[in-house]
Design a protein. Structure first.
Lengths: 235, 193
């Protein structure tokens, strides 16, 4: 089989490449070589079959149901936004009592949505064309800060400088109505590496007096098991 | 109900364009089909439940938002999804302090219990895992080690060479030879990724 220029230099690299063990710079150089070397290309394709089977050797496990709930909450929220913007032909099914969901940083949302609904002005779609009031949240954690941005269909919580929750714990958003105990939501989140975090509220907030965030075991709780460290008063 | 059943009966390749148009049911069908293998991979790599969940959440949200980028010429949908999970898990490992540690004790034993509706799928996955593990088991220990450190550990070949105090050329050679043997073994086991 034909070989490309510098074949001798790259002859042993196919295995490293298909395992994803090449640093980025080497990876780009090797891919450039692959484009010109049929022999290495054929070997990489052959070894890739083996490499792609490796993940299937992991001991089979089932993901917790709460994980699917968190992911679907976000997916359905975005599907509804896209549908309401006219970009999605098939609206997502409604799910009872799923009011909260996690959000990734705005640039990620914008990028993703741009691919789905070209031409839509995202700021208006996601946050309401007229914006909304922003409420500073009270924090009991040093350096941590957060605010709640009210939207037409809920609110968006944006926090900064949050510590990583203890192992086996996540942060959880609660809502509280006057004279009532805090109600759980499905908004469970952990901050990103830089301490920032965002969670969205997509339900009716008319009767909500307070939004709280505390620390709970993975999967959340039905009643708070720790004191809130972030509090927003909506009244 | 009827529509849900129809969606679940569709092939992965048919669900992807539906998902790319914003159909959450298509995404849910893909999640149901592949989250088990994806979570198993994530947990195998990061060894911690919370981190594995974060990896899966990031990977599937990424999948939801990038469905239009799937290229069937580069492999199956499952391969694509597991590739996303693999990259996310490596990112998580590299930014955590547990990169050099292996999985912890069996902290999630309860989650390994199967719900009745998952039995058939899990049996299939167990069989599949067994065949691939069989293909890995034919490898000499030194070849298996470099392959596992690279794939599941997320280490580069130079990091592995340092760890094992072996020349880089030796590590590269073991990876290549190990994958060739594994490829031959898989050809007999008829497992496709």
């Amino acid at each position: 089989m034909n070989v490309g220029p510098d074949h001798e230099r790259w002859a042993d690299w196919a295995g490293v490449y298909v395992l994803g063990a090449l640093p980025e710079d080497d990876c780009a150089a090797y891919e450039d070589h692959l484009a010109h070397c049929p022999a290495c290309r054929a070997e990489a394709e052959e070894l890739r079959v083996a490499a792609q089977a490796i993940p299937l050797s992991a001991p089979p496990m089932l993901p917790p149901a709460s994980l699917k709930a968190r992911i679907m909450a976000e997916v359905e929220r975005e599907a509804e936004l896209l549908a309401s913007a006219g970009g999605a032909p098939k609206p997502a099914p409604k799910r009872a009592k799923r009011r909260f969901g996690l959000r990734l940083p705005m640039p990620a949302v914008a990028l993703a949505c741009a691919a789905l609904i070209a031409g839509v002005v995202l700021g208006g779609v996601l946050f309401g064309a007229d914006g909304g009031r922003t409420i500073d949240m009270q924090s009991t954690l040093p350096n941590a800060s957060a605010e709640l941005e009210m939207t037409d269909d809920g609110a968006i919580l944006v926090a900064n400088n949050l510590p990583t929750p203890p192992e086996g714990k996540v942060y959880m958003v609660w809502i509280q109505k006057p004279g009532q105990a805090p109600e759980p939501t499905s908004a469970l989140f952990t901050p990103r590496r830089d301490g920032s975090a965002t969670a969205s509220v997509t339900g009716d907030m008319d009767d909500v007096e307070t939004v709280l965030v505390n620390t709970e075991p993975l999967g959340g709780s039905t009643t708070p098991t720790s004191e809130p460290f972030l509090t927003a008063s909506l009244s | 109900m009827g529509r849900d059943m129809d969606v679940r009966a569709l092939a992965d390749e048919d669900l992807i364009p539906m998902m790319a148009r914003g159909d959450a049911r298509a995404f849910e069908a893909l999640y149901e089909r592949h989250s088990g293998a994806a979570y198993s991979l994530a947990y195998r790599m990061v060894g911690k439940q919370a981190m594995a969940e974060d990896v899966i959440q990031e990977a599937f949200i990424n999948l939801w938002r990038s469905g239009a980028h799937y290229d069937r010429g580069r492999g199956s949908v499952r391969t694509w999804i597991l590739g996303i999970v693999h990259h996310r898990a490596i990112d998580a490992l590299r930014r955590s302090s547990v990169h050099s540690k292996r999985r912890s004790d069996d902290e999630t034993a309860a989650e390994r219990l199967e719900s009745p509706e998952r039995v058939e799928e899990d049996v299939a996955r167990r069989d599949e895992a067994s065949i691939v593990r069989g293909a890995l088991d034919v490898l000499p220990a030194d070849q298996l080690k470099v392959i596992e450190l690279a794939y599941f550990g997320g280490f580069t070949h130079t990091e592995i060479a340092d760890m094992l105090e072996s020349p880089i050329g030796t590590v590269k050679g073991r990876m290549r030879l190990g994958l060739k043997k594994m490829r031959e073994a898989l050809a007999h086991g008829a497992v496709e990724a």
